[in-house]
Ligand binder design. Structure first.
Ligand code: NAD
Length: 475
């Protein structure tokens, strides 16, 4: 049992001022694996006071000291590798191979990338008659979702620490234990007291208290658009800066020179990774009309090569949804797809055969989908893909852009001019051509309703800085 009912405030693990707890459930077994405190407004206030008190000295630390701190964090994080893999697999239901290769590694890479970038980062600049100095923003409130328990918080923490800001953070209550481990890593790495404060609890209480706290200067939020809007309203009360990393409905544009098997494997692997619970994954695939029927046949043939099941099994590709309510949401969307007249290629409602326990969905693809229907337009956050056909590249681009989101996009094919044209024309923050590797130094974030601001690398650090212009600064 992971019983972590304390918050981390001012460098100490302290009791909550509230008495309620929240159960942590393993979505593969539906069993309780631990509990955390349901924090209160008072807990947040204590954490903000600690972060505020730590800010004057931490913001004045040298760049070199903060590089060292980030490197220490990366080292300590690596020492807890087995613990991270064990807990992320248990609390999220992320398959153990994916947990190690993606979940664990992404969390680590943000600290490494921030340390590397910080070494050459310029906090001052001279320009004509001015001297520009970038100051740490102050106390930052960080609020994160459950789908990447270390990645989402690591990018925010790495940027905040690199900038010299202090933080109060609240992870999702469905997957909070990885954040407890991460806080232990911070402690071991020598993060000064009050610089990083963890308050666990519900979004409606702890998250709400963070976004409306008058002594927090900046809220960096990752999560749903609905909560993002609420948070902006709270932040508007005292003109607090917000950065929002929200949902997506990203396109995959397949060029006509792509092998059908490549197209099918791309579609299946994108939508089934992390059980479709990736904000930036491709969930709408655009196939040349002439390739459609072969693509459908290839998907039917290949889908069983992506096994769904026990996250502890090294061969599992897709685990359960994170929770019962997420499973029900996905089921509801599949029903809406059926009701809208779309044609099922694979999958459908219910649990896969033999998986009665655990919140497992079936890898599902629809074709002949009405482009204006809900399954075509709304973020499902489950392994559900919609297939569309196109006749010209311009038509594919127009349809790809015809959603309220703009977080990511994918283009698959060979012709370099067409690949570049599609990549440049999709209105989204990150486009991946074929199977290019991720880049932790490049910005990540959304156009349109996918968000405001950028994370990762130097763009991420800039979010936590306030530029100040001094005119007539003596040399
Ligand atoms: P969510 O919006 O329900 O919750 C996100 C966080 O906000 C949680 O910590 C939650 O407790 C907290 N919260 C809830 N109500 C709150 C309130 N009233 N005030 C302040 N905080 C509150 O999202 P989720 O279900 O945890 O995550 C899924 C969503 O996150 C999807 O929409 C997904 O696309 C998005 N996401 C985006 C990115 C990105 O980088 N753009 C990355 C991962 C996930």
């Amino acid at each position: 049992m992971y019983n972590y009912t304390k918050h981390f405030i001012n460098g100490e693990w302290v009791e909550s001022t509230g008495s309620e707890t929240i159960d942590v459930i393993n979505p593969a077994t539906e069993e309780k694996i631990g509990e955390i405190s349901s924090g209160t407004e008072e807990d947040v206030d204590r954490a903000v006071k600690a972060a505020r008190a730590a800010f004057p000295s931490f913001s004045q630390t040298s760049k070199e000291e903060r590089v060292q701190l980030l490197e220490n964090i990366a080292n300590e994080y690596e020492k807890r590798k087995d613990d991270f893999i064990k807990i992320i697999t248990a609390e999220l239901g992320s398959p153990v191979t994916f947990t190690e290769e993606v979940q664990y590694t992404m969390g680590l890479n943000h600290f490494k990338a921030a340390a590397k970038i910080l070494r050459d980062f310029e906090f001052t600049e001279r320009r004509e008659n001015s001297y520009i100095q970038k100051d740490a923003i102050g106390v930052a409130g960080l609020i994160t979702p459950w789908n990447f328990p270390t990645n989402q918080i690591s990018t925010k923490l790495a940027s905040a620490l690199a900038s010299g800001s202090t933080v109060v953070f609240k992870p999702a209550s469905k997957t909070p234990i990885a954040s407890v481990l991460l806080t232990e890593v911070m402690e071991k790495a020598g993060v000064p007291k009050g610089v990083v404060n963890l308050v666990n609890g519900k979004g409606s209480e702890v998250g709400d208290a963070i976004s409306s706290h008058p002594d927090i200067d900046f809220v960096s939020f990752t999560g749903s658009g609905a909560v993002g809007k609420k948070l902006m309203q709270n932040a508007a009360e005292d003109i607090k800066k917000v950065a929002l990393e929200l949902g997506g409905k990203s396109p995959i544009v397949v060029l006509d020179d792509t092998e059908v098997e490549t197209a099918a494997r791309t579609a299946i692997s994108k939508v089934a990774s992390n059980t479709g619970q990736i904000c930036s994954t491709g969930t709408r695939i655009f196939i040349p009309k002439a390739m459609h029927d072969d693509f459908v046949e290839a998907v039917k043939k290949l889908v069983d090569e992506y096994p769904i099941g026990d996250p502890q099994d090294k061969n599992t590709f897709t685990g359960p949804q994170v929770s019962k309510d997420q499973w029900e949401k996905v089921q509801d969307y599949i029903q809406q797809g059926i009701d809208s007249g779309a044609e099922l290629i694979v999958g459908g409602k219910g649990k896969p055969e033999g998986l009665d326990k655990g919140y497992y969905s079936r890898i599902t693809m629809f074709t002949n989908v009405d482009h204006n229907s809900k399954i075509a337009q709304e973020e499902i956050f489950g392994p559900v893909m919609t297939v569309f056909t196109y006749e010209t590249i311009d038509e594919a681009i127009e349809l790809a852009n015809d959603v309220i989101y703009g977080l990511a996009g994918f283009v698959v094919g060979k012709d370099p001019d067409k690949l570049a044209k599609v990549a440049k024309s999709i209105r989204a923050g990150r486009i991946t051509i074929n199977d290019s590797a991720p880049d932790f130094t490049a910005p990540f974030g959304g156009f349109k309703q996918s968000g405001i601001g950028r994370e990762w690398g130097d763009y991420g650090i800039e979010e936590f800085l306030e530029p100040k212009t001094i005119l007539g600064m003596p040399k």
